[in-house]
Design a protein around this ligand. Structure first.
Ligand code: PLP
Length: 406
């Protein structure tokens, strides 16, 4: 196999072979959700056709097989995150549930009136609204670090907003709207210097480069399986085990208890403490297969995506009237833009007619769009299976659209 055989890689993803409006699909909406390789699709089918049983409950062979695979999946997640064990890896529905879990369980115990929660202007709604709600309930205050015109967190302002009042700092590892890679380890160090707890929203990082939680030094890290070549409905919240063990659970039922008595109930430690009821077993197994598939390909994937980003940026910059939104020096392969005289939804609809799938609008980042003074953007987001030919198709189609809009 050549150094990077993208044609061979694409054959692993059956959906990439389909057509849209009579054109080969160019799927450039990977930041919304990624496509799934055959091994993941087959893992879901195999679980239901060969091993389907509940986990942690049965003494029969099928249940033992399902339990073994479920717990092995936790180890895959741990390896994926650079961890020595899976103790802190809680299976949740996705990043949204992971962040809500921390806001609810950690926030309820640790926040009080006068405390501050520091967020950034570039956060996804999933990393804003849970904090707003817990702030309202506890009397804490949400404080927001601004973003520079290039789309980076203003580090001087960020540092200036940190104080002994800052109890929690939550920020995106990578911006979904702009592609900016934030200096997560440095931001964490600054937050830790004032004694704050740190949550990183890793939704847009996990599919692009190696996530190394010990090197980041954070307390919580959340990501979604469906953006990382795995199934929808499954994701991971990692938390420091000793921190998780000290938190009250937020859902109650089977599997998360140690002993139930009408006189009182005791709970298990993490991660089971936060996994009440029958989990998404097939989703967990599918996620593990996705991560195992992706891990060996990660280093070359990153280099390929960076080449796609550089080519797409140059191609789009050359189109008159097109403005790129977000030009931080370190980005993943996400390209947000607008065309003078056109609405992003129209750009998306016209690209779709050419078989090119992108995302348009505010990208669940309304405060960021307001800050940038725009209603939204058109966003092309690449994965390791995209090609230079697709970059060229995007450029050619946008040139045509620009002429129409002019
Ligand atoms: N955080 C970021 C940065 C995202 O891009 C997204 C999804 O787009 C989320 C959180 C929420 O992820 P999910 O909807 O999978 O829970």
């Amino acid at each position: 196999m050549p150094a990077y055989d993208v044609a061979a890689l694409r054959r692993d993803f059956p959906i990439l072979g389909r057509t849209v409006h009579g054109r080969p699909l160019a799927y450039l909406d990977n930041a919304a959700t990624s496509q799934k390789p055959t091994v993941v699709i087959e893992a879901l089918t195999r679980y239901y056709s060969e091993h389907n049983a509940n986990v942690h409950r049965g003494v029969h062979l099928l249940s033992e097989e399902a339990t073994t695979a479920y717990e092995a999946a936790r180890w895959s997640v741990a390896r994926f995150l650079g961890l020595a064990d899976g103790r802190g890896c809680v299976f949740v529905r996705g990043a949204t549930e992971g962040i809500n879990l921390v806001a609810e369980c950690w926030g309820r115990v640790h926040l009080k009136a006068g405390d501050e929660i520091l967020l950034t202007q570039m956060e996804h709604h999933a990393n804003i609204v849970p904090w707003q709600v817990i702030a309202e309930r506890t009397g804490a205050k949400v404080v927001v670090a601004p973003v520079t015109p290039r789309g980076e967190i203003d580090l001087v302002a960020f540092q200036g907003l940190l104080s002994p009042r800052t109890k929690l700092v939550a920020f995106a590892h990578v911006s979904n709207a702009l592609g900016t890679v934030n200096p997560a380890a440095a931001l964490t160090r600054l937050a830790k210097a004032v004694g704050a707890t740190v949550l990183i929203d890793g939704c847009q990082a996990a599919a692009h480069f190696k996530v190394d939680i010990p090197a980041l030094g954070c307390d919580f890290y959340a990501f979604s399986g469906h953006k990382t070549f795995g199934p929808t409905g499954i994701g991971v919240l990692w938390g420091r085990p000793e921190l998780l063990d000290a938190l009250p659970p937020y859902q109650f039922g089977g599997d998360m208890i140690r002993k139930v008595d009408f006189a009182g109930t005791t709970f298990r430690e993490a991660p089971e403490r936060f996994e009440a009821g029958t989990p998404d077993i097939a989703g967990v197994l599918g996620l593990a297969v996705a991560l195992e598939y992706f891990m060996p390909r990660q280093p070359v994937a990153h280099a390929h995506e960076q080449a796609l980003l550089a080519a797409a940026t140059a191609r789009l910059r050359a189109i008159p009237g097109l403005t790129i939104v977000g030009e931080a020096p370190e980005k993943v392969a996400v390209l947000s833009f607008n065309i003078a005289g056109g609405h992003s939804h129209d750009i998306g609809t016209l690209l779709d007619a050419d078989g090119i799938a992108i995302r348009t609008g505010h990208h669940c980042c309304m405060p960021l769009m307001k800050h940038l003074g725009i209603p939204g953007t058109a966003r092309a987001s690449f994965a390791f299976y995209n090609t230079m030919e697709e970059v060229e198709r995007l450029g050619a189609s946008l040139e045509k659209i620009r002429r129409m809009m002019a």
